[in-house]
Design a binder for this molecule. Sequence first.
Ligand SMILES: *Cc1c(COP(=O)(O)O)cnc(C)c1O
Length: 217
Amino acid sequence: MPLSDIQDRIEKAAQTANRDPAEITLIAVSKVQPNARVQAILDQGHRVFGENKVQEAAGKWPDFRQQYEHIDLHLIGPLQTNKARQAMTLAQSIHSLDRPKLATTIARIAQETGACPDLFIQVNTGEEPQKAGVLPTDTDSFVAEARALDLPIKGLMCIPPVDEEPSLHFALLAKIAERNGLAGLSMGMSSDFERAIALGATHIRVGSAIFGERVPT
Ligand SMILES: *Cc1c(COP(=O)(O)O)cnc(C)c1O
């Protein structure tokens, strides 16, 4: 779907929810997409992208940055502690802070380098055993822990279970964010970003609706 159609849909969803569309950041999720498709979106002026693997991001974004200014890269996938430093160099935001060990590692590197990406804490709203994220009941204390480490926590992120109504998860995430005084809500993907906007999303992560189906590598 053309990028402008996605932007129109964002605008409509924002209007319906009485929200300013400018509050909503569209993260174009470029993982596993051929470079030509990514380049086409860059050529249309879009600058905010998401990747879910550090290695893949490292393989393409330094090159794109040579050609295009002001790229804003968001790491949205699980992050291993031993890749934290590389992730912090590559990305302006990390959406997958999900455990104390990663928080202390990021804090140590941030102290050392004097720089830290914006951070979102991933919440496992569906309490799925195979999925990353802090459990909803543990989120308040984890937010406090991360703040005590002086980490720049901007908000919360979730990936709802595939077989459940996402709105319930978006509403839960919004509630947890609100009681913790967090403004950022990273939620909503190709199939449900309008519902996420209705429930307060500030960052939507849209891949296949922009780029087409992911090409298997
Ligand atoms: C791949 C991915 C997306 C985008 O998914 P689409 O359904 O293609 O929009 C969003 N968030 C995360 C965490 C992802 O890994």
